[in-house]
Ligand binder design. Structure first.
Ligand SMILES: Nc1ncnc2c1ncn2[C@@H]1O[C@H](COP(=O)(O)OP(=O)(O)O)[C@@H](O)[C@H]1O
Ligand SMILES: [Mg+2]
Length: 295
């Protein structure tokens, strides 16, 4: 599946890129526009900011991959975009415009509403986000109820959404709990729940990092399918540059809280501008070469 994604990325005409990146022109307004975002956690001691002057643009139906090492600020960025940074715990500056409104100006009630409807977030560890005491069908049904659906309809929609996410009907009709599912199945349940409200933006923070490569590809494929069908925009956060490059339209590379590289996926992989990106690419190539080397 990731190979198929690679071909698609490679086949896209480069002109497309310059068009949608043209700032402020006659193009459609971006869904998400982050400008000058700086976040410093209030830890007592003076530390460098987790994010420094980050600028990003994401349009409807597109996927922006954010890659970087552990501690680079990826999760902080995802949380900020989902309106989940508590400004009492972190100093923030800059703007996070979602559909033209700055999320930083919204109160907690409005942010919570947005997260239940237009912005969805999934995390690395689905087991930590799923409730062990409630069946998975009930959890997805609850997401539909929160999105305003009637109780009875919600259960039917949950079963449909689970089937669509690759959880077979035979499994979900047995009403399993999360611990009775594999990690990959749990991540699909999370995705089904996250997409119940029909969001415009999905923030996925390392959604495949706890999965083996086959399940990784399946989860990526599921997200892409949803994206193509509904025009969903995806901010896909990962430490895995080759994985992200196989399907994201664009990639931003974070290094110590700064965006050091930002461009179309193919350009970032084939002609990285920053030495850190080049090092990431050659490390990935060396790893792939090692795996494929004849024994
Ligand atoms: N709640 C927090 N309080 C204080 N420091 C934090 C907090 N969350 C993250 N950090 C620090 O901010 C930096 C970026 O972290 P994070 O956004 O989690 O990076 P990543 O997801 O790329 O690993 C790290 O130095 C981390 O230690
Ligand atoms: Mg993280």
């Amino acid at each position: 599946m990731s190979v198929e994604g690679q071909e698609e990325t490679a086949g896209r005409p480069p002109a497309d890129q310059s068009l949608h990146r043209r700032a402020g022109g006659g193009d459609k307004e971006p869904l998400l526009e982050v400008q000058g975002l700086t976040v410093s956690y209030r830890t007592g001691e003076e530390t460098r900011p987790a994010l420094s002057g980050v600028d990003l643009t994401l349009h409807e139906g597109r996927c922006l991959g954010v890659v970087g090492l552990s501690g680079a600020g990826k999760t902080t960025l995802g949380l900020a975009v989902a309106g989940l940074i508590d400004e009492r715990e972190a100093r923030m500056s800059g703007t996070i415009n979602f559909r033209g409104r700055d999320l930083r100006g919204l109160d907690e009630t409005r942010l919570a509403q947005l997260r239940g409807s237009e912005i969805a977030m999934i995390f690395q560890d689905p087991m930590a986000s799923l409730d062990p005491a409630i069946t998975i069908v009930e959890q997805v049904a609850e997401a539909f109820r929160l999105a305003g659906r009637a109780r009875k309809e919600s259960r039917r929609l949950a079963l449909e959404a689970l089937a669509d996410a690759g959880i077979p009907k035979e499994l979900s009709s047995r009403d399993p709990y999360a611990h009775q599912l594999s990690g990959g199945e749990c991540q699909r349940v999370m995705i089904a729940a996250a997409l119940a409200g029909g969001p415009r933006l999905l923030v996925a923070d390392e959604p495949t990092s706890s999965l083996d490569v086959v399940l990784q590809a399946q989860v990526v494929d599921l997200i892409r399918r949803k994206q193509r069908r509904s025009g969903l925009a995806v901010l896909f956060i990962s430490h895995d540059l080759p994985l992200v490059a196989s399907f994201a339209d664009e990639i931003a590379v974070l290094l110590d809280g700064r965006v050091v590289e930002y461009g179309e996926s193919r350009q970032v992989i084939e002609a990285p501008r920053h030495e850190f990106t080049a090092a990431m690419v050659s490390a990935a190539l060396a790893l792939a070469g090692g795996e494929n080397a004849p024994s």
